[in-house]
Design a binder for this molecule. Structure first.
Ligand code: FE2
Ligand code: FE2
Length: 288
């Protein structure tokens, strides 16, 4: 049976991650320290690994070496590598993506987020290889609220799409500032209404662009949009007429931040890359 490997030096975090996995019936994991990455032991555990989780805050971590070592020893062709980071600096995350990491979680994160990501990444692998004893139990933990600012790393190079992305980040920032001043509850319904409209207009614009350029990742992207739409619908119908609770605010803050970063950086960004590659091949063809 394949296993999960966690590269974590901080004892407290190591214990917390292991407990979250065990509590959710996810068994079969090894935790190693950063300095063990290039040892015989890690070479053995990487062989069987189905998912590797690396803490970018490990001291003296050389992510390039770690990723290369994992890929060299893993029996899986495209083993998912997830990074944990306390640094929301997009340059750090972009570098991790460029090195071949496939997913990331920003600290602080809830056990719910961690388990959801683990299950999601494992579900992309052969299901017979991993044992998830029962449906992942999730628990919501109250945590600090998160801020997100527009950064050029979010740009995909298509003006109308970048403008839409700026707009949702501005609304997110407004929610954050109002939450900080204790006025987030009143803004919550307006934020939901914005999201409801946004998922129609922005997603449609992005999907139309993908059809126009004959984007090869269209179906997968559409699926992710539809999942997000569904989640927004659920939030709207769960809200009703009651005033939003602190938990509602914290939950939406975490959910939107997480989704925005992942979707724009990992998924929307690929559209920009596709367009650039297409332009390059047209240019090359016209100079031939
Ligand atoms: Fe998208
Ligand atoms: Fe988008």
């Amino acid at each position: 049976m394949g296993r999960l490997v966690i590269i974590e030096d901080v004892e407290v975090l190591k214990l917390r991650l292991e407990k979250a996995l065990e509590d959710n019936g996810i068994i079969g994991f090894d935790t190693i320290c950063n300095h063990q990455v290039r040892t015989l032991r890690s070479n053995i555990v990487f062989k069987e690994a189905l998912l590797v989780i690396i803490d970018l805050d490990n001291q003296d971590l050389d992510l390039k070496v770690a990723v290369e070592t994992i890929r060299e020893h893993s029996f899986q062709n495209n083993i998912p590598i997830m990074v944990l980071s306390g640094n929301s600096d997009l340059t750090t995350l972009n570098r991790a993506i460029a090195l071949g990491c496939t997913d990331f979680i920003l600290k602080p994160f809830s056990n719910e987020t961690f388990i959801r990501k683990v299950v999601l990444n494992l579900s992309k692998m052969d299901p017979s290889q991993i044992k998830i004893g029962k449906e992942a139990r999730v628990q919501h933990e109250e945590e600090g609220i998160h801020m997100l600012k527009w950064n050029t790393a979010f740009e995909i190079g298509v003006q109308s799409i970048d403008d839409d992305h700026k707009k949702i980040i501005e609304h997110f920032e407004k929610l954050y500032l109002l939450m900080k001043s204790g006025q987030g509850h009143a803004y919550y319904p307006e934020f939901l209404a914005f999201l409801e409209d946004y998922v129609d207009t922005h997603f449609e614009r992005e999907e139309a662009l993908q059809r126009e350029i004959e984007y090869d990742g269209y179906d997968e992207h559409l699926h992710l949009h539809n999942e997000f739409k569904l989640k927004i619908k659920e939030l709207i119908s769960a809200h009703g007429t009651e005033e939003a609770t602190n938990n509602d605010l914290i939950r939406i803050n975490l959910f939107i931040k997480d989704w925005l970063i992942h979707h724009i950086l990992l998924t929307d960004n690929k559209i920009g890359l596709f367009i650039s590659a297409k332009k390059r091949s047209h240019q090359a063809a016209s100079t031939d």
